[in-house]
Design a protein. Structure first.
Length: 115
């Protein structure tokens, strides 16, 4: 499976800020050797989030089909069932976290009746 890590160089200048008199010259931070950290600021549009959610739902349907094809009576299938169910749970939890971060529109001026 292809994964991509987004990294952001978050280097504190106080660690590397050494006076030129101590080191014998000016200091600089080399991004090649600096410790990377995860990028926590993603700029996604609403369409991007919708596409991610739809892909997660499609993957969930695919896993469900795979799970139905396996039998709990067959001991050889038990490990596959555990892996599939773990993947299903992870996908559903991710969908839940995406849902929990959404801010839904609710009119402020009038009484709001949902539905």
């Amino acid at each position: 499976m292809y994964t991509e890590e987004y990294v952001d160089y978050d280097v504190s200048m106080s660690i590397y800020d050494v006076s030129p008199q101590v080191c014998g010259g000016p200091t600089s931070i080399n991004p090649e050797t600096a410790m990377p950290t995860y990028n926590r600021n993603f700029q996604l549009t609403i369409n991007d989030v919708d596409q991610i959610e739809e892909a997660l739902r499609a993957r969930g349907r695919e896993l469900c089909t795979m799970r139905r094809a396996l039998s709990e009576a067959n001991p050889a299938d038990m490990e596959s069932i555990r892996v599939i169910e773990r993947d299903q749970r992870a996908g559903e939890e991710l969908l839940g976290r995406l849902h929990d971060q959404k801010i839904f529109y609710r009119p402020q001026g009038a009484v709001y009746v949902s539905g």
